[in-house]
Design a protein around this ligand. Structure first.
Ligand code: TYM
Length: 327
């Protein structure tokens, strides 16, 4: 059975973009792949975090995974920082990665531009992500479009290390990017990705938004003056984004969505999008409320930590020996 792995950062509130780009894909793939999903908490501290909120968000994200349909029987679920080998492997890989290669990462360029001072961790972050992936011999990494460059870096690192030490230490992973849902855009500025860290929450649907808020945000999404529900991302980014959301959440093709709404005005179409988003998110929220205080979460996380630590140790040991870090 092929193996997949993905992770999300426990920063702020999880968005509809995260759900569509990563979690929903995992729920579908768990039926046919051996699946690993984790909380990328060490990635979160590359930017300042309030300790109490971070700790809350870590547990929160596990409850969200389960509420969204990630099945603990079909997935290994764990917290990155509870498995010590991610950081250890990352250090070795950092020492094997040219400095300039990391400077080319678009996400680093964007995030470092936003702040005058930023941590060294923000720069080396993609190597930690490469370690997350390479530790487990995964075949595919399901993510949104924005993480593709990082998965490609993981491939480059793996190829370089295998070549340098003339040994197949790492499996070469492939990104698995869902077609249209690979990038969900901001509802107010549809030329920007829908992001947890957006300055304007009106453009972002959070998984925990209440029904009224979801409807309000969708009804006031930026569109255009043409009044035609047609998918044309270059000229009609706002309406195309809503079509994408509708298409992914209803499992209908873009063409089928265009056909369904060919006689609708934007108000009618937006109402249908809002109905659909509400029908997906409200049941997730109900499940989440039942799960958040459940002891079940701890058992799942303990099992995930133990299982992945054993697996990761083997890979770490192999790498260490290849590099010469042994007596
Ligand atoms: P993060 O936490 O920023 O995002 C989590 C996942 O959500 C996807 N995503 C989106 N997809 C579609 N439209 C959007 N607007 C949107 N916004 C976010 C992301 O592509 C991602 O799949 N570095 C990663 C976390 C990570 C990871 C890993 C992922 C750490 N190690 C190993 C895979 C494998 C990140 O910051 O994701």
């Amino acid at each position: 059975m092929k193996r997949i792995l993905t992770g999300l950062q426990p920063t702020g509130c999880i968005t509809l973009g995260n759900y569509i780009g990563a979690i929903k894909q995992m729920v579908e793939y768990q039926e046919k792949y051996e699946s690993f999903i984790f909380v990328a908490d060490m990635h979160a501290i590359t930017v300042p975090q309030d300790p109490e909120s971070l700790s809350f968000n870590i547990r929160n994200l596990i409850a969200i995974y389960l509420a969204c349909g990630i099945d603990p029987k079909k997935n290994t679920i764990f917290i990155q920082s509870e498995n010590l080998y991610h950081a250890n492997v990352s250090w070795i890989l950092e020492c094997l990665t040219p400095y300039g290669e990391l400077g080319r990462m678009t996400q680093f360029k964007d995030k470092s531009k936003k702040n005058k001072s930023f941590s060294a961790g923000l720069y080396t972050y993609p190597v930690l992500m490469a370690s997350d992936i390479l530790l487990y011999d995964v075949d595919y990494v399901p993510t949104g479009q924005d993480q593709k460059q990082h998965v490609e870096l993981a491939r480059n690192i793996a190829e370089r290390v295998n070549k340098k030490y003339k040994e197949n230490i790492f499996k070469i992973p492939e990104p698995l990017i869902g077609k249209h849902g690979a990038k969900i855009y901001d509802l107010v500025n549809p030329d920007k990705k829908m992001s947890k860290s957006s300055d304007n929450p009106k453009g972002v649907i959070y998984l925990m938004d209440d029904e009224k808020t979801i409807r309000k945000k969708i009804m006031s999404a930026t569109t255009d003056s043409e009044m035609k529900v047609i998918y044309d991302p270059d000229n009609k980014p706002g309406i195309s984004n809503l079509i994408t959301i509708y298409s992914v959440l209803s499992n209908k093709t873009i063409k089928a969505v265009e056909k369904k709404f060919k006689d609708s005005n934007y108000g009618e179409f937006k109402r249908a999008v809002a109905d659909l988003v509400v029908s997906v998110l409200i049941p997730i929220q109900e499940k989440y409320n039942k799960l958040i205080d459940s002891k079940k979460l701890d058992k799942i996380l303990d099992d995930g930590r133990d299982k992945t630590s054993l697996m990761a140790f083997e890979k770490y040991d192999k790498l260490k020996k290849a590099v010469g870090l042994h007596r």
